[in-house]
Each structure stands twice: as structure tokens, then as C-alpha cells.
Design a protein around this ligand. Structure first.
Ligand SMILES: [Fe+2]
Ligand SMILES: [Fe+2]
Length: 192
């Protein structure tokens, strides 16, 4: 099995379980906030994480792989614990923690799309980049909530991700560059 296929499977197993932890944590999170618009929006994010988990599970099975059982158990414990903790730690910490985690999720799905490209699973790319875009929206939501908090101006946040459009643009640029390189190599071979 190629390295990139193995790396893709490992990353998808991680993502599959991380989506479980996230969805369970968000369930506790939306139930712990009192503003109706926040409850509704975070519940929608929970549903999107369940949808991601379903999609990632389908990608794993089409690679002939299964979720990692240990990761699943650990993620269930983490997700349930974080979900319960949200009821006791106030408004700010869950919003901050969620935004910070979401910023990491964007890059994970972009990396998975690159592994998919490198191991000949081009049909996965659009799905993986779409999930990166949804994670970008999640990060943006939590960032915007924190900005409106009275402590917002003084909060030191994680680095802001580049604009959402760059997720697809940078991927397309890399594809164009690699096909240019192949053309140059092809022309050089033809000249030999
Ligand atoms: Fe997700
Ligand atoms: Fe997310």
C-alpha cells in the first residue's frame, strides 16, 4: 500500500473519531447556552459534525478500512466529558475551545484531500475540501461570537485562517503546478 494511502486512512480514522467527540461536545454546548440563536446555530454545527462523520465513514469503507476502536472509545469519553463540562464552565471557555479546535480541522481535511490526490483517489477530493470549507465556517462562527463578548477585544485568539476561497484556490494552484512540471518533464524526455 502506498504511503499516501496509508496516511489517508490514518487521517480519516482520526477525523472519524474526532467528529464523534465534536458532535457530542457540541450537543452539551448548545444545551448549555441560553441565547436562542446560539443554541440553534451550535445545534446545526452538531448536525454538520454527524454528517461529516457519516461521509468520512463512507470514505474509509471505500478504502477497505474501518474506524479505529480505541480512538472511538477515547473520543466518546472526551466528547461526553466536554459536553458535560460546558454546563459548568460558563460561556467563554467552550466558545474559545471550539473555535480553536475548528481551526485545526480545516487543515486536516485539506491534508486529507492532498493524500487522496497523491494516492489516486481523486473522487474523494471534492468531498474533503467541502468538509474543510464547512469547518472554516464553524471556526468563523466561534471567532465572531468571541469578538462580540465584552472581553473580546482583549482576548488573544489563535491565528485566523486565510479566506475560505483559498481552500480551493491553493489546491487548484498545486494541481496546475504539478501538471506544468509533468509537461516540462515530458518535453525533456521527448528531447532525449
Ligand atoms: Fe466536522
Ligand atoms: Fe466543525
Amino acid at each position: 500500500m502506498s504511503d499516501s494511502r496509508q496516511e489517508l486512512i490514518a487521517l480519516l480514522q482520526t477525523a472519524y473519531s474526532a467528529e464523534l467527540a465534536a458532535a457530542l461536545a457540541y450537543r452539551g454546548h448548545w444545551q448549555s447556552v441560553s441565547a436562542a440563536d446560539e443554541r440553534e446555530h451550535i445545534e446545526q454545527i452538531e448536525n454538520e459534525e454527524w454528517h461529516h462523520r457519516k461521509l468520512v465513514g463512507e470514505l474509509l469503507s471505500s478504502l477497505g478500512a474501518k474506524p479505529n476502536r480505541q480512538r472511538e472509545v477515547r473520543s466518546w469519553v472526551i466528547g461526553r466529558s466536554l459536553g458535560m463540562l460546558c454546563h459548568f464552565v460558563g460561556w467563554l471557555a467552550p466558545m474559545y475551545g471550539a473555535g480553536r479546535l475548528e481551526s485545526r480541522n480545516i487543515g486536516e481535511y485539506e491534508t486529507a484531500a492532498r493524500y487522496a490526490r497523491d494516492c489516486g483517489c481523486a473522487e474523494f477530493i471534492d468531498c474533503l475540501l467541502s468538509m474543510a470549507e464547512v469547518e472554516w465556517e464553524h471556526e468563523s462562527y466561534f471567532r465572531s461570537r468571541l469578538a462580540q463578548h465584552r472581553l473580546g477585544p482583549g482576548l488573544k485568539l489563535w491565528p485566523a485562517p486565510p479566506p475560505k476561497a483559498t481552500i480551493r484556490e491553493s489546491f487548484a494552484n498545486e494541481l496546475a503546478q504539478s501538471s506544468n512540471l509533468k509537461n516540462v518533464a515530458g518535453a525533456a524526455n521527448a528531447n532525449c
